[in-house]
Design a protein around this ligand. Structure first.
Ligand SMILES: [Zn+2]
Length: 146
């Protein structure tokens, strides 16, 4: 089962085996052919480096698709409260016990006021969602507005 006729030694030996998806059409693109751009996006949180929060890496298969993606994010407002809410949520996700907001702020790299405004923004969105979709919140997020 381990031999399908590929030259086993070097066909996947280098770093060109990386693949990614076009954010516009979903097509699989090989790493070397992938086009990318960095855009401001207040909903973007870097998984490990808070210094890269608020920026989204877009990947695309063609220049046209990359341009459409960049255009989309150019029209999206950058909302600082959204960014702070994301940082607070990320911090809370790493806590087992309830923690005071002052500590959450400190762990998130925010001022207490920023953390409070982030929480308020998050809660306001949750209330909006519930008012609109009732108790089915979270059941279907596919039609979330961009
Ligand atoms: Zn594409």
């Amino acid at each position: 089962m381990e031999d399908f006729g590929h030259p086993a030694d070097d066909w996947a030996a280098d770093d060109t085996e990386a693949f990614d998806l076009c954010d516009q059409c979903g097509q699989v693109v090989a790493g070397p052919e992938l086009l990318s751009a960095l855009v401001p996006d207040s909903s973007a949180l870097h998984p490990s480096d808070p210094g890269l929060d608020g920026r989204r890496v877009l990947t695309a298969c063609t220049v046209e698709h990359l341009a459409e993606l960049v255009e989309h994010y150019r029209d999206r407002p950058f909302v600082p409260e959204e960014q702070w809410a994301g940082k607070v949520c990320r911090t809370l996700a790493g806590q087992d016990e309830p923690v005071p907001l002052s500590l959450v702020a400190q762990l998130s790299g925010l001022s207490l006021q920023q953390a409070a405004r982030g929480v308020e923004w998050h809660n306001a969105r949750a209330r909006e969602w519930q008012a609109r979709y009732g108790d089915l919140a979270g059941a279907d997020r596919d039609d979330e507005e961009p």
